[in-house]
Design a binder for this molecule. Structure first.
Ligand code: GCO
Ligand code: MN
Ligand code: MN
Length: 386
């Protein structure tokens, strides 16, 4: 194994709400004291992380006087300057306050919708001041329990209206910020609008400034929906829409578990890391997860170290896998590189005439074996380290 020490060049980032999560859940109170934002940033620098992200309300007390909010922001800025940690992403809390119980951009109450956009405009100014290049939209409360309560087409129109307006603001102000939508199938709502990577990507095509809007997919969210996160991310990369990523882990079909990256679906995580490394994804590797609720003190930093360590181990394993001559041979047998060869090329009359005249032998084509068992065993051997 090469060096497994996280370094700033790896671009590992954590949200203020992650390592410092209080442990509060629907069944019980906080199990840990809050961490001050300055201590948090210092802690990140100590463990070799590079970036930090925040919700407006993580950083500045909601509803507090402007003077206090300014002081809280300046304290955070001091931490960034002192440590060299960068502010890699910002987002709005549009889910915690009871006024958002029916949604934010898609609340049936027009004043709640207007306030949600106003809250976002204000935090976009903060994001610009802190140099955050990405602004995330996770639609926490954008959804329904009762399908009778909202017309989906109206909700999607209001969602689009909000994002178009906010894109207009960023362009007007000349901010260097792109938006990233974070899909999630459910929780806290019974059904969430834009539930998966696929829904979000096709929604983006409907936006006025679709070029400045991409995705922030999360391991746990696609996995909750029983989908392959790897395939979703691969398609987002193929469509140039992977602007940011939330790494964590999750058992399939459960509530949003937000486990330490690499603690559950290790084979999926192997392929995910291999994908991010081999396609040259250059954004933050952002961990949106939290320590087990029974963890305290030094243990929460062990959790953070674990996320980064597992990522680095898997990156190394992926390189070894791709350099293994037995893998190359098995991949050639499986036809992996053959899939990269165009099938018919662009349409022309000649090309279609040629294809129509060609003779294929279906029986002989059916005789091919692809050797996927041997190939996949090489994956397992590599992950298990034998
Ligand atoms: C969740 C989400 C959030 C968002 C965060 C930033 O399931 O709670 O993943 O953690 O990522 O609000 O947008
Ligand atoms: Mn989540
Ligand atoms: Mn997330």
């Amino acid at each position: 194994m090469s060096d497994l020490e996280p370094k700033p060049e790896h671009k590992f980032a954590f949200g203020l709400w992650t390592i410092g999560h209080s442990g509060r859940d629907p069944f019980g109170e906080a199990t840990r004291p809050p961490i001050d934002s300055l201590d948090f940033i210092r802690g990140l620098a100590e463990i070799g992380a590079w970036g930090v992200s925040f919700h407006d309300d993580d950083l500045m007390t909601f509803g507090a006087p402007e003077k206090q909010r300014r002081e809280e922001l300046d304290r955070f800025k001091k931490g960034l300057e002192e440590t060299g940690i960068v502010c890699s992403m910002a987002t709005t809390n549009l889910f915690w306050h009871p006024m958002f119980k029916d949604g934010a951009f898609t609340s049936n109450d027009r004043n709640v919708r207007r306030l949600a956009i106003q809250k976002t405009l204000r935090n976009l100014d903060v994001a610009a001041e802190l140099g955050a290049p990405t602004y995330v939209f996770w639609g926490g409360r954008e959804g329904v329990e009762s399908a009778a309560s909202k017309e989906p087409a109206d909700a999607l129109s209001r969602y689009k209206e909000a994002l178009d307006f906010l894109c207009g603001y960023v362009k007007d102000k000349g901010y260097n910020i792109r938006f990233a939508i974070e899909p999630k199938p459910n929780e806290p709502r019974g059904d969430t609008f834009l539930p998966t990577i696929g829904h979000a990507m096709s929604f983006i095509n409907q936006l006025e400034h679709s070029e400045m809007v991409g995705l922030n997919p999360e391991v746990a969210h696609e996995t909750m929906a029983g989908l392959s996160f790897y395939q979703g991310v691969a398609q987002a990369i193929w469509q140039d829409k992977l602007f940011h990523i939330d790494l964590n882990d999750q058992k399939i079909g459960r509530y949003d578990q937000d486990f330490r990256f690499g603690s559950e679906g290790i084979k999926d995580d192997f392929f995910l890391v291999r994908l991010l490394e081999s396609t040259g994804y250059s954004g933050p590797k952002h961990f949106d997860c939290r320590p087990y609720r029974n963890e305290l003190g030094a243990g929460i930093w062990e959790f953070a170290r674990g996320c980064m360590r597992t990522y680095l181990v898997l990156a190394e394993k992926a390189r070894e896998f791709d350099n293994d001559p037995r893998v190359k041979e098995a991949q050639a047998f499986a036809g992996v590189t053959e899939l990269a060869v165009p099938t018919v090329g662009s349409y022309s009359r000649e090309a279609s005439d040629r294809l129509l005249a060609e003779q294929f032998d279906p029986e002989q084509l059916a005789q091919r074996s692809y050797g996927n068992e041997a190939l996949d065993q090489l994956v397992i051997d590599r992950i298990l380290g034998v």
